[in-house]
Ligand binder design. Structure first.
Ligand code: ATP
Ligand code: CA
Ligand code: CA
Length: 433
């Protein structure tokens, strides 16, 4: 890392060592487009209990052995980036390779991307379109410059850009990036905010079925939600956001959003819920529909359990890196928060704690970042803008030219960032008018 990056570093593509790890696995959940493959049955082995999990927390059955060929893009640049984002190199490799990858994060969105967690929940792998891949390579130098000048950037932290070639020739591109949400804290409410209102609504009726759904701009407005930051933190947050949006505008990027995860300290973790559930199920207790819901929660392994399991496994193979003495299992959560300590927006338990007007801490921790920032305002978006613009108010639709998109985005967030006290005054002022 002492070496200065050269022009060539930004253009390198090279064979990756990932193949080695991946092909030692009997089964890989990451690219499970199995339809074209003939699986080779495997003998059950001692490793059977540490296979990747699918989205419902079930272990995937060992079924096939594949030959994946990986490629790394600009590996030195990403090494420098990981360093800027304060990742431990050995930890990074362990999280992404060996037997601990990857649990799947639901089904693909509109864009067709697939998402995967590393087993310890620190990283997200997102498959990206070839155009996004080419675009990231094109802007890598600017992105790198921005990160070195803004180590606290809110933009997605890209840690690696790779391609995997399937045995039958299909090529899949993916990025490795930060999971904005912590492994050790429950995120009670999630918002994906663009500052656009058309179609930006999640049916609140469906929340009962899917309590962890990602809510959108209209839900945010309806709930009169604010990012409750007192004067000090508000300034830090908005200044960084402004610099980040300036870069996105300059690079003609759009369609990104601010992802906001809210941990409510008064509600705590579902670990607490588990405790309560066990009490509820004491003999003689009355059973309600909520109990059934809680019972089903008990059947799915929690993020924390997964995290612990991954950690245990890691320690098993990392005997040469002994765990510090006296570090009990239940101290892991603190350690998880320590990873990114020093970065501004991860300073409070891995996130950014809400504050009152006088900068005293409030009851919520925010996990924040600007995501999905690889959409170039190219031909497709221009066409979408034209067609949607025929039927809707042009300023409200999502596909806007990058300058307008960025301004609308920033103003929306800015207008919704204020402490509870400030919000109250603001409401009173509006009522008077
Ligand atoms: P589309 O283009 O249709 O918006 P996409 O496939 O490009 O979708 P994203 O917008 O990047 O997907 O992400 C979809 C959802 O995945 C987000 O709303 C968020 O809930 C989750 N997500 C994405 N990136 C992260 C991240 N870094 N950390 C945590 N959650 C994430
Ligand atoms: Ca998106
Ligand atoms: Ca997208």
């Amino acid at each position: 890392l002492d070496r200065e990056l050269t022009d060539a570093d930004f253009n390198v593509k090279q064979k990756s060592t990932f193949d080695m790890y991946v092909n030692s696995l009997p089964n890989l959940s990451i690219f499970h487009d199995h339809s074209c493959l003939t699986p080779t049955p495997l003998k059950p082995s001692d490793d059977a209990n540490i296979l990747p999990l699918n989205s419902t927390g079930n272990e995937l059955v060992p079924s096939a052995k594949y030959d994946f060929k990986f490629k790394d893009y600009a590996p030195w640049v990403f090494r420098h980036l990981r360093n800027a984002f304060r990742l431990d190199p050995a930890d990074y490799l362990m999280s992404l390779t060996g037997k601990y990858i990857l649990s799947e994060l639901g089904s693909p969105g509109k864009s067709g991307s697939f998402f995967y967690f590393s087993r310890d929940y620190k990283y997200i792998i997102k498959t990206i379109h070839h155009a996004e891949h080419k675009f990231l390579r094109k802007i890598l130098r600017e992105y790198y410059k921005h990160v070195t000048e803004n180590p606290n950037t809110l933009l997605s932290q890209f840690y690696g850009l790779h391609r995997v070639k399937m045995p039958y020739g299909k090529k899949i591109h993916f990025v490795v990036m930060n999971n904005l949400f912590p492994p050790h804290r429950d995120v009670h409410t999630t918002f994906d905010l663009k500052g656009s209102t058309i179609g930006r609504d999640y049916r609140e009726e469906d929340l009962a079925k899917n309590p962890r759904a990602t809510l959108k701009d209209l839900n945010w407005l309806r709930r009169k939600q604010n990012l409750e930051l007192g004067m000090q933190k508000k300034k830090l947050f908005l200044e960084q956001l402004q610099r980040d949006v300036a870069l996105l505008k300059k690079l003609h990027i759009m369609d990104y959003s601010l992802l906001v995860g809210i941990h409510d300290l008064s509600r705590g973790n579902d670990e607490n819920l588990r405790g309560k559930t066990l009490q509820v199920f004491n003999p003689g207790g009355e059973k309600s529909p909520e109990d059934d819901l809680q019972a089903s929660l008990l059947r799915t392994p929690s993020k924390l359990e997964n995290y612990r399991k991954a950690k245990e496994l890691r320690q098993m193979v990392q005997k040469e890196r002994p765990v510090p003495m006296g570090q009990a299992n239940d101290q892991m959560p603190d350690e998880a928060a320590e990873d990114r300590r020093g970065l501004l927006f991860n300073q409070d338990d891995g996130g950014f704690r809400a504050t009152h007007e006088d900068n005293e801490p409030a009851e919520e921790i925010y996990y924040l970042g600007v995501i999905d920032c690889l959409t170039h305002y190219g031909m497709i978006k221009k066409i979408e803008h034209f067609w949607k613009g025929l039927s809707n108010d042009k300023s409200k639709i999502s596909a806007l030219p990058p300058d307008q998109y960025g301004d609308r985005f920033y103003h929306f967030i800015q207008g919704n960032t204020m402490s509870a006290e400030e919000a109250k005054r603001e409401r009173a002022r509006r009522d008077q008018e």
